[in-house]
Design a protein around this ligand. Structure first.
Ligand SMILES: *Cc1c(COP(=O)(O)O)cnc(C)c1O
Length: 388
């Protein structure tokens, strides 16, 4: 990278039909939610995920909040989840008064370590929330087997998982409920957006009611009741038609967007191979999952001053960032949740991980340039006490 060229961490991309569909939505005369474009998005997502129900939401956060409502969670209930995740994974349940119980992650995929889940289960445990980090699937067969054995429900945080799969099944369709994100930073976006995928059919009817402010408005529109009224708790979880129109243009191109991201991801993966001799770890994708190139993250050698590496990358125009501040170490995580035990892998990886720029439309030469820049930096910036 030359000093003047900036490689942003993320740039939203347009597929080309967004404006056409937004105009169509305006011309249709309905801007409120649950109109034609919402239905097209629902159909696309239902058939892509292979689940009986999907509801668009304002965000993945909102979809997780709907899941917490559907499970009737309340004070005293515990929900098992990783600490290495975005705050919404926990907040959705904390809003209901439930307690997040943080479990450590696997050193390879950085996903919830299924071998540690059973030790964290108590008589108050109600649900498990696996997060598919980087669009790499968790070991869902193992997690579902644990849930079945203990009578727990599973809500997938598949915010990063669109078009990725585990043993041939789409992420978001494997738990009882799944939450997806269409935030600007995700592979497919409408700025702020999300969806709740409903595989367990017992939740279908109530989910629609919660979504439509606690009314049976959806049944009314299908002609199943002759007027609609307030029947349950709920909120306004549905996005308007302008967002749905934008999103539909992106969903139609989701496969092409993913293919382009996979190409860039592979270019990073190949170009970063020589960094392994410096102690850098590249992403691990198990053989039974297909990922979607949501992000490319490296784990720096232990003791490397990460802030200095990030500052140097940014000084050279590469907007690399870190991921995440573990929730159990955050002020709200300490207040509202608890760690099931020590979380050494979470703490170690969160301190060493860097994310590199990756977005559809990015220059295809960029991954090789970034890898070269990083190799030069790491040769200069030695780990504290490092020998090699
Ligand atoms: C992005 C993300 C969310 C939140 O998605 P929003 O649509 O912004 O609410 C939740 N969990 C994970 C793991 C995410 O990456």
């Amino acid at each position: 990278m030359s000093d003047r060229e900036i490689l942003p961490f993320n740039l939203p991309m347009l597929t080309g039909r967004e404006f056409t569909y937004i105009r169509e939505a305006i011309d249709s005369g309905q801007l409120a939610g649950n109109g034609g474009f919402t239905r097209r998005c629902h159909d696309w997502l239902r058939s892509t995920l292979g689940v009986p129900g999907v509801l668009l939401t304002h965000s993945c956060t909102a979809a997780l909040e709907m899941a917490a409502l559907l499970l009737d969670l309340g004070p005293g209930d515990e929900v098992i989840m990783p600490s290495f995740t975005f705050v919404s994974t926990a907040n959705a349940f904390v809003l209901r008064g439930a307690t997040p119980v943080f479990v450590d992650i696997r050193p390879d995929t950085l996903n919830l370590d299924e071998r540690l889940i059973e030790d964290a289960i108590t008589p108050r445990t109600r649900a498990i929330v696996p997060v598919h980090y980087a669009g790499v699937g968790c070991d869902m067969d193992a997690i579902m087997a644990i849930a079945d054995r203990h009578g727990l429900l599973v809500i997938e945080d598949a915010a990063q998982g669109l078009l990725a799969s585990y043993r041939g099944r789409p992420l978001g369709s494997l738990g009882h409920l799944g939450a997806l994100s269409f935030h600007e930073t995700k592979n497919v976006t409408c700025g702020e957006g999300g969806a709740l995928a409903i595989r367990a059919s017992r939740f279908l009817e109530r989910a629609e009611v919660l979504w439509e402010k606690g009314t049976d408005r959806s049944r009314f529109f299908r002609g199943e009741v002759d007027r609609y009224t307030w029947v349950d708790v709920g909120s306004s979880f549905l996005p308007g038609e302008l967002a749905a129109a934008f999103l539909y243009a992106q969903l139609e191109e989701a496969a092409a967007i993913t293919a382009e991201r996979l190409h860039l991801w592979q270019a990073y993966y190949d170009a970063c191979a020589p960094l392994e001799t410096l102690g850098v770890r590249r992403p691990v994708v198990p053989g039974d999952v297909t990922h979607n190139a949501h992000l490319f993250a490296l784990v720096l050698p232990a003791g490397t001053p990460r802030e200095q590496v990030l500052a140097e990358l940014n000084r050279h125009g590469v907007n690399a960032v870190f991921h995440y501040v573990p929730l159990h170490q955050s002020p709200a995580g300490r207040r509202f949740g608890r760690a099931a035990g020590p979380l050494p892998v979470t703490e170690d990886r969160a301190a060493r991980l860097i994310r590199l720029p990756l977005w559809a439309g990015m220059n295809r030469e960029a991954p090789a340039d970034v890898a070269r820049l990083l190799a030069g930096l790491l040769n200069r910036i030695r780990p504290a006490g490092g020998t090699t």
